[in-house]
Design a protein around this ligand. Structure first.
Ligand SMILES: Nc1ncnc2c1ncn2[C@@H]1O[C@H](COP(=O)(O)OP(=O)(O)OP(=O)(O)O)[C@@H](O)[C@H]1O
Ligand SMILES: [Mg+2]
Length: 341
C-alpha cells in the first residue's frame, strides 16, 4: 500500500493540501507592494486551523524573492539576539556587513575591524544591519509562530516598534490563538500593535476538499462530498478523516466515525476544552444540547444580555462558534458538540 497522503501531525505542510488563495495572496501582495499597508500582520484561529502551515507557506514564497530575507524566530527565547545571529548567518547580510566598518566581535560574529570601537548593544547591531540592508534594497520578514503576551515577545515588539520608526525595512508576521494575540495587542506598551491587521483562519473550501478526497481516495463523488461536509472546513478534521478512510478503505463515514471522534478528542478537542473558561464551557454545553438561538442559549445558561454578548463575541473570535444565521450560533468544529456531550 502506498503511504498515506493525509497526516495527523501539526505544523507541517501536508501532502494533501487545500490552498487558501485569498488569504495567502492578500498578505503576499500587500507585503510585496511598494508601500505595504502595515509592518505587522497577524493570523489567528483555533488550534488546528492551519496558522502554522499558512505562515510556513508565506515564508517560503517570500524567501524565493531576491529582495526578501526571511527569518523565523522562537517567541520563548531572547528574540533580538536570535534575530541578529540569524540575519548574520544569511549570505547577503554577511556580505554586506563584511564590507561595512562594523566590529561585531563582542557578539562572537568574528568580524573585527581596525580603528572602530566594538559594538556592544544588540539594538545597535540590528540598527546597523537594517541600515545596510535598506541601502541594498533588501526587506526583512520576521515570522513568529504561536505568540503570547510574554516578556521575550514584549521586548522584541518594543524594539521592532523603534526600528520601524527609524524606517528599517522590516515586516513582522505572527500567528497565535485569539486570546493570546488580543492579549498582546491590548498590552499598554505595545499600542502600535493595536491597529495591525488580524486575519482569521476561515474554513477551507468544501468543494475543493471534496475534489481532493475523490481523487486521492478514489471514493464516490457522493461520499467525498459527505466527508467534506462532515469536516465543516476545519483543516485538522480534513486530515483525520482522509487519513482514516485511506487507512481502512472505508466506503462509508459511519465505519470510521468512532475513530474520528477519538483522534479529534485526543489530539485537539481536549486541549481546546481545557483552555476554555467555565462560562465559555457553559455556553458550549448548551449549544451542544441542540440550542442555537442566542436568546434561548442565554436563558438556559442564565446570563443577562450584556454578559451573553461578551461570551458570544469571544467564542466567535476564538473560532469555536459561527453564526450563519442572524441571532443564531452553532459550533464551528466538527462533532465538537457530540464529543463534549
Ligand atoms: N490548507 C490546508 N489544507 C489541508 N490541511 C491543512 C491546511 N492547513 C493546515 N492543515 C492541516 O491541519 C492541521 C493543523 O495545521 P497547523 O499546525 O497549521 O494548525 P495551527 O493553527 O498552527 O494549530 P496550533 O494552534 O495548535 O499551532 C495539520 O494536520 C495540517 O496538516
Ligand atoms: Mg501552530
Amino acid at each position: 500500500m502506498s503511504s498515506n497522503p493525509f497526516s495527523l501531525s501539526f505544523g507541517k505542510k501536508p501532502v494533501e493540501y487545500i490552498e487558501r488563495f485569498d488569504l495567502k495572496q492578500t498578505v503576499l501582495t500587500d507585503l510585496m507592494s511598494a508601500n505595504p499597508t502595515s509592518n505587522v500582520f497577524m493570523f489567528t484561529g483555533v488550534r488546528g486551523s492551519g496558522k502554522t502551515v499558512m505562515l510556513t507557506q508565506i515564508s517560503r514564497e517570500l524567501a524565493t524573492e531576491d529582495d526578501w530575507i526571511v527569518v523565523g524566530l522562537n517567541p520563548t527565547r531572547d528574540m533580538l539576539t536570535s534575530l541578529s545571529a540569524k540575519l548574520y548567518a544569511k549570505q547577503p547580510v554577511y556580505a554586506l556587513l563584511e564590507n561595512a566598518e562594523i566590529d561585531l566581535s563582542a557578539f562572537g560574529f568574528g568580524l573585527k575591524i581596525k580603528n572602530q570601537p566594538p559594538v556592544v548593544d544588540i539594538e545597535t547591531v540590528l540598527e546597523m544591519m537594517f541600515e545596510k540592508l535598506a541601502q541594498a534594497g533588501k526587506r526583512v520578514l520576521i515570522t513568529v509562530d504561536d505568540v503570547s503576551n510574554r516578556l521575550t515577545v514584549q521586548q522584541f515588539i518594543s524594539a521592532f516598534q523603534m526600528f520601524i520608526r527609524d524606517e528599517a525595512p522590516l515586516y513582522l508576521l505572527m500567528t497565535g490563538l485569539y486570546e493570546n494575540v488580543s492579549d498582546l495587542q491590548n498590552s499598554k506598551d505595545l499600542t502600535f500593535l493595536y491597529r495591525a491587521p488580524k486575519y482569521y483562519m476561515t474554513p477551507l473550501n468544501l468543494g475543493a476538499m471534496a475534489h481532493s478526497y475523490q481523487t486521492s481516495l478514489q471514493v464516490t463523488p457522493a461520499l467525498a462530498q459527505e466527508m467534506a461536509n462532515l469536516t465543516m472546513g476545519y483543516p485538522f478534521a480534513y486530515q483525520v478523516l482522509g487519513y482514516l478512510v485511506f487507512q481502512t478503505q472505508a466506503t462509508s463515514i459511519a465505519t470510521v466515525l468512532p475513530q474520528f471522534d477519538q483522534i479529534m478528542q485526543e489530539l485537539v478537542y481536549e486541549k481546546i476544552w481545557s483552555e476554555l473558561s467555565g462560562n465559555d464551557r457553559k455556553v458550549i454545553t448548551v449549544i451542544a444540547q441542540g440550542e442555537s438561538r442566542v436568546k434561548d442559549i442565554r436563558t438556559k445558561v442564565g446570563f443577562d444580555s450584556s454578559k451573553m454578548s461578551v461570551y458570544r463575541k469571544r467564542l466567535l473570535e476564538k473560532g469555536i462558534v459561527v453564526s450563519n444565521e442572524y441571532g443564531h450560533l452553532i459550533l464551528a468544529l466538527p462533532r465538537f458538540g457530540e464529543i463534549v456531550r
